[in-house]
Ligand binder design. Structure first.
Ligand code: PNW
Length: 477
């Protein structure tokens, strides 16, 4: 029959890649080492430390710039098959532009990549995990469309130097999150207050940059290097508060995931029509002559459409949605017209936005599969925050319960999930939350200059899962 035995449903399919993830600014430190240029997180944390809850920064962080061999060893100990890490643009191109390459930066990532391969761990590289070279921010950052070309030039340097060995590439991590850097002066870097305007300009530049990189790889490298390129998008499940709010949640999906996924992954391409209609109408009502959502031309729509080999999915939590107009004028929140809240019965984490809702993972996987024609999905992030400690029972439950729902989506629903990297390998600099919220499966002692790493209970359970390739029986009910 077509039905697998019950326990098979909690086994990972052959070829499914398991591993862990990090990002450059959150772990590397070495902020001014060996010719690295300044980036927007260096600037934010140094010039406006009050924006970070504990006033901390990533100057040293986990010191992975020096201790990367420790990280490789942890991955090997776990039996990880893949390591998702990001490259610091300003470590490779100190001024952002490709006319000046920092050889020490190239050397660093070569050493890391080679060490991974020697240990049979596949490198998966994020090109941009939020640490824009300051020199490019000085030109307007992502609101400046020329960055779509500068990003392509940066990517070419990466393909030339690392593409012989790196076969899994992610252009951008969570543009939905970093576009907020242009929507408020108390948020993410560069922390500029142009809501409803700078964030939409960012979306367009990022979509064109992503397509430029994908098309350039096709023309110049793909035949020889045979790699795969995707983009990592953050999404949340939205459960209608009552059956009256199905449309409110659909709108929420389209304003969050759809803004980026529809142009790349849908058959029609372009921004979702509900996004175009609502931003255009609000802009007009607010007195703007030109819509705050800059449109993609039909050439751009076709150019962006289909530029993927896989769908990178970050998934953490869920909300309940209802109709309601909130947020400043103008703002994306107001444009969307959906209010979300979380059920107080859902277990909490250390992060205000993160509650534990395992069933929502299966629903969101199915939503993506249905909406975008069942693309290969690589879960590039999923994880849980607490305030620290080795006995992290809640994190163990988070991983096992979420993985079980993912395996149901694979085996029962036929969703094409091809890999999973846990966020995160090690405790690290959690952006505006500094070092207060811990996501690592390995603890790091940030008071010790040698930054020792110690496995938590969750690292042991992931080790067991990575080696047996199934959810242990004691977590099945
Ligand atoms: C992701 N939210 O960001 C990032 O890719 C990581 O760098 C980060 O450390 C991790 O998730 C944990 O936060 C998010 O507010 C930031 O919903 C914010 C949210 C979700 C993800």
């Amino acid at each position: 029959t077509g039905f697998a035995a019950a326990q098979d449903n909690f086994t990972f399919p052959d070829g499914f890649l398991l591993g862990a993830a990090t990002a450059s600014y959150q772990i590397e430190g070495g902020w001014d080492a060996d010719g690295k240029g300044v980036n927007i997180w260096d600037t934010l944390t140094h010039e406006r430390p009050y924006l970070v809850v504990d006033g901390s920064n990533g100057d040293v962080a986990d010191d992975s710039y020096h201790l990367y061999m420790e990280d490789v060893k942890l991955l090997k100990d776990m039996g990880a098959q893949v390591y998702r890490f990001s490259i610091s643009w300003a470590r490779i191109l100190p001024e952002g532009h490709d006319y000046k390459i920092n050889q020490a930066g190239i050397d660093y990532y070569n050493k890391l990549i080679n060490a991974l391969l020697e240990n049979k761990i596949e490198p998966m590289v994020t090109m941009y995990h939020w640490d824009l070279p300051q020199k490019l921010q000085d030109l307007g950052g992502w609101t400046n469309r020329e960055l779509a070309i500068y990003a392509e030039n940066y990517a070419r340097v990466l393909f030339k130097n690392f593409g012989d060995r790196v076969k899994l590439w992610i252009t951008f991590n969570e543009p939905l999150t970093f576009m907020d850097g242009y929507a408020s002066d108390t948020g993410m870097a560069p922390s500029i207050n142009t809501p409803g305007i700078g964030d939409y300009l960012t979306a367009r530049t990022v979509l064109i940059a992503h397509a430029n990189i994908y098309r350039m790889y096709e023309r110049e490298f793909k035949q020889q290097q045979q790699g795969k390129i995707g983009i990592t998008l953050l999404s949340f499940w939205c459960e209608p508060l009552t059956p009256n709010y199905v449309e409110a949640c659909e709108r929420y999906q389209q304003f969050h995931l759809g803004t980026y996924a529809h142009p790349i992954f849908s058959e029609q391409g372009d921004y979702p029509s509900v996004v175009k209609e609502r931003v255009d109408a609000n802009s007009k009502a607010e007195g703007f002559t030109t819509s705050r959502l800059p449109k993609l031309t039909s050439e751009e729509v076709n150019y962006i459409k289909g530029t993927y080999d896989f769908f990178g999915m970050n998934f953490y939590t869920a909300f309940m949605g209802l109709n309601g107009v909130v947020g400043g004028t103008p703002s994306r929140e107001r444009d969307m017209g959906t209010i979300v809240l979380q059920d107080p019965n859902w277990p909490e984490s250390a992060s205000s936005w993160l509650r534990v809702v395992p069933w929502a993972f299966r629903k969101q996987l199915n939503w993506i599969a249905n909406e975008y024609g069942n693309p290969p999905i690589f879960v590039t992030e999923n994880g849980f925050s607490d305030y620290g400690g080795l006995n992290d029972t809640n994190r163990v439950l988070y991983y096992t319960e979420y993985m079980k729902e993912m395996l149901k989506a694979i085996h029962i629903d036929g969703v094409n999930v091809v890999g999973y990297t846990a966020w995160s390998l090690i405790d690290n600099f959690e952006w505006l939350r500094g070092y207060t919220e811990k996501f690592g499966v390995y603890e790091v002692n940030f008071n010790d200059p040698s930054r020792p790493r110690t496995p938590k209970e969750s690292a042991k359970v992931l080790t067991e899962i990575f080696n047996t390739r199934k959810i242990p029986d004691r977590f099945l009910d």
